[in-house]
Design a protein. Structure first.
Ligand code: SME
Length: 159
């Protein structure tokens, strides 16, 4: 699917369009890494205000850097460490208003001021996490949590 992206400014229009494109790009015939690569690219295209958007994947022992858009990042995160590791361990979404106040936050990009991490759990197995970083404190709201949890659900649906 080729697309010319004309991204609406208003979130009320942008969010449903993003989910529509995501549905269009996700393809269960493709490898997981291929789907995640396009998902990271779509997130960064629709939400250019984020400085980092991508995935850490679980091998059952730790998280390893997966497809992403943004600056090069740390490659390995232990469960329970940083925002990603804690969200992975708890298998719960973590919304961090101020990364400087988060104990153990791992600074990959010094620009990151707030963060949203959504775990990807399929049939009780942790696949990885979606990690979104903003250069603005208090950027992520409940609507972002809902939106990106929905996006992760669309991804889970093709596995
Ligand atoms: N900030 C993350 C580490 C990954 S980078 O943001 C890409 C954390 O503390 O889990």
């Amino acid at each position: 699917m080729n697309a010319q992206f004309d991204i609406p400014f208003s979130r009320r229009e942008r969010d449903p369009l993003f989910l529509e494109y995501l549905k269009g790009y996700l393809d269960k015939e493709l490898p997981l890494i291929t789907n995640l690569a396009n998902m990271a690219a779509l997130i960064k295209t629709f939400y250019p205000e984020l400085n980092w958007a991508g995935f850490y994947l679980s091998d059952g022992k730790k998280l390893t850097l997966g497809p992403f858009q943004g600056l090069p990042a740390c490659t390995s995160i232990a469960f329970g460490t940083g925002v990603c590791g804690q969200a992975a361990k708890a298998r719960q979404t973590l919304l961090v208003d101020d990364t400087a106040q988060f104990p153990g936050h791992i600074t990959c990009d010094p620009l990151s001021q707030s963060e949203l991490v959504v775990p990807i759990v399929v049939k009780n197995r942790l696949v990885g996490v979606l990690d979104l970083d903003s250069p603005v404190k208090n950027h992520f709201q409940k609507r972002d949590q809902d939106l990106f949890e929905q996006a992760v659900t669309l991804f889970i649906d093709i596995l």
